[in-house]
Design a protein around this ligand. Sequence first.
Ligand code: ADP
Ligand code: ADP
Length: 231
Amino acid sequence: EPIIQIKNMRKMYVLGGETVMALQDISLDIQKGDFISIIGPSGSGKSTFMNMIGCLDRPDSGEYMLDREEVGKMKSSQLATIRNEKIGFIFQNFNLIPKLTAIENVELPLIYRGMKAAERREIALEALEKVGLIDRANHLPTQLSGGQQQRVAIARALAGHPPILLADEPTGALDSKTSKEILETMSLLNEQGHTIILITHDLDVAKRANRVVRIHDGQLFENGGEWFADN
Ligand code: ADP
Ligand code: ADP
C-alpha cells in the first residue's frame, strides 16, 4: 500500500534572472514499511526534494499524495499541520534544545499537540526505550555523546507516531562506528514497521536501506546503488 505517491513533480528557482530546474519531473511511489534512501551529490536536488516530501515547501507542479491526502496544492498553514502529523524529522545536527533534558526534547512535539503531561511523559519514555536510551532520560544534550544525541532526536521523531520518518544525512556528524549504530537502529525501526526515508550523499549509508534511488540534476533514477557500483 503506497504511503507516498509523487507524480511529475517540478520545482524551479529563479535567482537573479537565472532559472534553476531543481526538480524536473520526478515520480516516485513509496510503500508503507519501506526503507528507502535517496542518494545524490551536492547540488543534485536532495534538499529541494526533502523539502517537498517533508511538506516544508510546495512543488510548482505535479501531484503529491501523502497518506491519502493531496498536499501538492495546500496552503502553507495546512502544510504545517500535515507536516506535524505525518513526518518525523531526523537531522544531521540533531537539532535538540540545549536547555531541555533528553525526555523534555522528546516531549516537545507532544506539547505542540496539546497533550497532557502524564500522557506525554509515558509516550516519551516509550520512544526513548525504543532507541535504548531510557537510562539517559534526564541528561542534557551536552552530557550525551553524538550518537546518543541522535538517538534522542530519533525518539523525538517517533514520539508523535508519524507514518513517515524522514532522515536528512542522519550520520553526517558522527564517526563511522557511531554511524553504523544509528543505521542499525533505523533498520530495527524499519523491521518494526516504520517507513523510513533517508537522504544522503554517502553510498555506504544509502545501501543500508532496502531500496536506493539516485537523484542527479533534479532527475530520479531507480537502483541508485547499482548505478554507483558500475561507475
Ligand atoms: P542538494 O541538496 O542535493 O545539494 P539542492 O536541492 O540544495 O541540492 O539544490 C538543487 C539546485 O537548486 C542547485 O542547483 C541549487 O543551487 C539550486 N537551489 C537550491 N535552493 C535554491 C534557492 N533557494 N534559490 C535558488 N537556487 C536554489
Ligand atoms: P555509547 O556508549 O552510546 O557508545 P560513547 O561511547 O560515545 O556512547 O560515550 C560514552 C559516554 O561518554 C557517554 O555516556 C557520554 O556521557 C560520554 N560522552 C561521549 N562523548 C561525549 C561528548 N562529545 N560530550 C559529552 N559526553 C560525551
